[in-house]
Design a protein around this ligand. Sequence first.
Ligand code: ATP
Length: 445
Amino acid sequence: MWIGIDDTDSRNEGCTTFIAYEMAAGFSQMMRGYPRLVRLNPNLKYKTRGNGALSLNFSENLKDPESNLKIGSHEGKRIEVSGEIVEYGEPDLDGRELLERIYSIVEKYYVRNQPDTNPGVVVSKNKFDSGIYRMALEREIPLEYIESVLIDTGSFYRKEGNGRGIIGATASIAWDRKRITYELLNYKYPNGGYIDETVKLRIGRIAESYGSTFNNMEETDGKVCLFPRDRTPVIYGIRGMDPEDLMSIQQEISEVYPEFGKNFMIFETNQGTDDHIIKPSEGKTLEEMASYVIEGYVVSPPGRRAGGHLFFTVKSGKRTVDAIAFEPSKGFRDRLETLRVNDFVRIFGSLSRGAIKIEKLEVLARALVYERRVPKCKICGEKTLNVGSLKYKCTECGFLQDPDYVRIVTESGCIRMEPPVYARRHLSMPWKLEKVNFPGEDHEF
Ligand code: ATP
């Protein structure tokens, strides 16, 4: 049986991953595989933070206790689940009863009386079609559509407020797991509290010392990016490609800081996978709220506007598209400012108000740029003077000649640019992962 949960938190309180953590700890004997933290459309206006939704797989017929998988710790006690993953199969639990049992955990922790908190919990016999996941990445799905899917599939659900939470809950169950990364989240309820900068730096360095992790620290200013700003139960989150490495990192941290060794769990995620990015077909209109990769020539040079945001325009086939890098992306804008008209670039980003918000960029070919220079006389080597009409006359022998043109050598080869770690989107694949073989890639179901 599949459980999906979403929209239980507010900006200043709670976190849906924490509710999933409490569920996993409370029902670990029924759980298969890692819990799943699935990021959905990053352009959605309703999102609290990163538009994340959660799902878990429960079963009563767990076979082999040897296949137990350690996924975390709850009050110092190991959370172990079955390592055997069954995507589809005969349901062996009563869905309605399961919904009531797990809902008690949602009721205990969801944030009350917030207009933007609309919890939804879904229990389904089977996974939903991965088309729902795609839809949830690319556009806004109407609530009525999801309700009709849940009714048609005989799923059970509960919703609070305007009920919107069931959209993300359903979409997270529909995740196709073509590309998988992991995140270890460490908790303290109700919030992580103050943590000294030296402690943060030490933890950041431990995480960074493992090559399989990503987005831990920003190289340019040494800023540690594992600790959320908001006051939620999350103390830190460490992202990586290898769950065993994440467990070893946690062990190292627990040895230095035993207070962080009690409550944590590893999630399977679609973070850092670029799953939201679509390659648009020629001639098709780009849709608002969807995210694309487009290739084209820079046709207007980058320039800054009010608020420090950087703009330029790209011609891609018959389309002309504006591209924007916002002020919080800091030094990324300086790198983008080196672009020149006629550079051929590949841009990744979402379409919002007719412009692509740049998530990363690759320069595929530099424009050939020549600069006009005053020539030396070709006859006697003396100085020349501009006499108009792009002609230069020698001051000594009077010889008339054209100006010199000198090729400006710019940075060449493959140039890749991306915002600092703290300004990246959860779904964006950092360049570091570009050549990585993602687990789950060959997965067919
Ligand atoms: P957090 O990251 O802390 O969990 P959040 O950023 O995920 O918070 P939510 O509070 O979950 O934000 O709010 C997002 C809301 O939008 C949820 O109700 C979710 O069901 C809904 N939602 C997510 N994706 C879509 C979509 N593509 N179309 C319509 N609604 C969506």
